[in-house]
Design a protein around this ligand. Structure first.
Ligand code: ATP
Length: 254
């Protein structure tokens, strides 16, 4: 069974009196559990809107979104919020870390809110996530006292603290230099290898080349897909993957 499936998913934005802009057009999307899928496509093609709609943050206009066997359209705001808190992780640039909390508290906050485990289990998991992401030494720091790459690692830890089934990313490496972006991608690839499904929008071919499948969005539709297979950071086939993806994207008109 798919972890996420959309049928005829459409989304219009109302841009003025009686003016509607169709942004997603009857999208049929299927994501298998454990997949790592990247969304690419020109600016304005609908990548962020798709992420917001399939995660229930934004309402669809027509069609269906089924997550873990559950149709999102029938759920109340509270049920959607519960689903997002417990089953989904987000690395979105708009979802800033909180300024009055240090790195550790930012990471554990949503786990305390979810209240699914004991505080000591949560603290232990946060410590483990920070260790894996290389930010243990920064736990007590204010979020204004770390670099962009370190902040992004903290955002990943925060997104993973409730052990989500799926991780959504909107340009998770967007603000980073290429070295930090590569390191973040290796962390995401490792998270994916341990079983978490990832759906992520990016403009960066190098970043998307770490995904196992790349979908190309054009004008609100999925215009094509390219399968790269699972990326394993211990085998250095990055260059070949990037070249194959770049050639396909060129054919798609990117
Ligand atoms: N809240 C909104 N109200 C009206 N139109 C919107 C809104 N949000 C996005 N749009 C429009 O929807 C279209 C798709 O936007 P979206 O952000 O999903 O594209 P994208 O592919 O993620 O772009 P980018 O790569 O630049 O982030 C654009 O034409 C955008 O102007």
């Amino acid at each position: 069974m798919f972890i996420l499936e959309t049928k005829g998913l459409s989304k219009d934005y109302v841009t003025g009196q009686n003016l509607r802009q169709p942004v997603l057009k009857e999208i049929d999307l299927q994501i298998w559990p454990g997949e790592f899928v990247a969304l690419m496509g020109p600016s304005g093609s609908g990548k962020s809107t798709l992420l917001y709609t399939v995660s229930g943050m934004d309402e669809m206009t027509a069609g269906s979104v089924v997550f873990n066997g559950q149709e999102l359209a029938g759920l109340s705001e509270n049920e959607l919020a519960g689903l997002r808190l417990n089953k989904m992780g987000f690395i979105f640039q708009q979802m800033h870390l909180l300024k009055n909390l240090n790195i550790r508290d930012n990471i554990i906050l949503s786990a305390y809110q979810a209240n699914n485990s004991s505080r000591s289990a949560i603290n232990h998991r946060a410590a483990e996530l920070m260790r894996k992401s290389g930010i243990s030494a920064l736990a007590e720091r204010d979020i204004t006292q770390v670099s962009g790459g370190q902040l992004q690692r903290a955002a990943i830890c925060r997104a993973l603290i409730n052990e989500p089934d799926i991780l959504f990313g909107d340009e998770p490496t967007g603000a980073l230099n290429s070295k930090s972006a590569g390191e973040i991608m290796d962390i995401l690839a490792e998270i994916n290898l341990s079983g978490t499904t990832i759906l992520m929008a990016t403009h960066d071919t190098k970043v998307a080349a770490k995904a196992e499948r790349v979908l190309y969005m054009l004008d609100g539709s999925i215009a094509g897909e390219h399968r790269l297979g699972k990326y394993n950071s211990t085998e250095d086939d990055s260059k070949e993957r990037e070249e194959k993806l770049a050639a396909w994207l060129f054919k798609m008109g990117f």
